[in-house]
Design a protein around this ligand. Structure first.
Ligand code: AMP
Length: 190
């Protein structure tokens, strides 16, 4: 049971890349952002709870997020592992994931860090706001999400680097070139 954790700031292309990897790796993409958006669209209790945080660009509480991931990873399509996109995002979530993987007999194969500079990220997110109309792609919310990433998610890179799991991938190339580099990194880790 093998897990790949994609880490990168909002707009780095984690979702796009995870979807492409899903096909080549035969592992499902597990995106907490997509799961929350699905719940929001279907007006579930979880969706309503998540919305207040998502609208502001803040993180949904760890306990809620971890419970949702635990449910998702118990599904049969994740029996061989998953590509995690947008999770974990805090040290509490990383610890919870470690405990979950220990329980399930899974391991983290590699943590690709998709690196994109800040100016490019803001441009990409503003463009995505026009195309997809995501409510959390407004300028204010983008700023909050960047700050949240710097403060809460970036420290995870140190945590995983201590375990020798982090490999940097240049996210400012074409989608195809980033995918090629990611596949290489994952193959080398396997
Ligand atoms: P994303 O699509 O990954 O950018 O996520 C969109 C929003 O969903 C985030 O800004 C958070 O409000 C929420 N979210 C997604 N993943 C997590 C997570 N691992 N922990 C807490 N909140 C999350």
């Amino acid at each position: 049971m093998k897990f790949i954790i994609l880490i990168g700031p909002p707009g780095a292309g984690k979702g796009t890349q995870a979807k492409l990897l899903e096909e080549s790796m035969r592992l499902p993409q597990v995106s907490t952002g997509d799961l929350f958006r699905y719940n929001l669209k279907n007006a579930t209790e979880l969706g309503q709870l998540a919305q207040t945080y998502m609208d502001k660009g803040e993180l949904v509480p760890d306990s809620v997020t971890v419970a949702m991931v635990k449910d998702r990873l118990a599904r049969p399509d994740a029996a061989n592992g998953a590509i995690l996109d947008g999770f974990p995002r805090t040290t509490v979530q990383a610890d919870a994931l470690d405990a979950l993987l220990a329980d399930m007999g899974g391991h983290i194969a590699v943590v690709p860090h998709i690196v994109v500079d800040r100016e490019e990220l803001v441009q990409r997110l503003l463009k995505r706001a026009q195309i997809e109309g995501r409510v959390d792609d407004s300028e204010d919310t983008i700023r909050t999400r960047m700050r949240v990433y710097e403060e809460q998610t970036k420290p995870l890179l140190d945590y995983y680097a201590q375990h020798g799991l982090v490999v940097e991938v240049d996210g400012q190339q074409s989608v195809a070139a980033v995918q090629r580099d990611l596949c290489r990194v994952i193959e080398q880790a396997a």
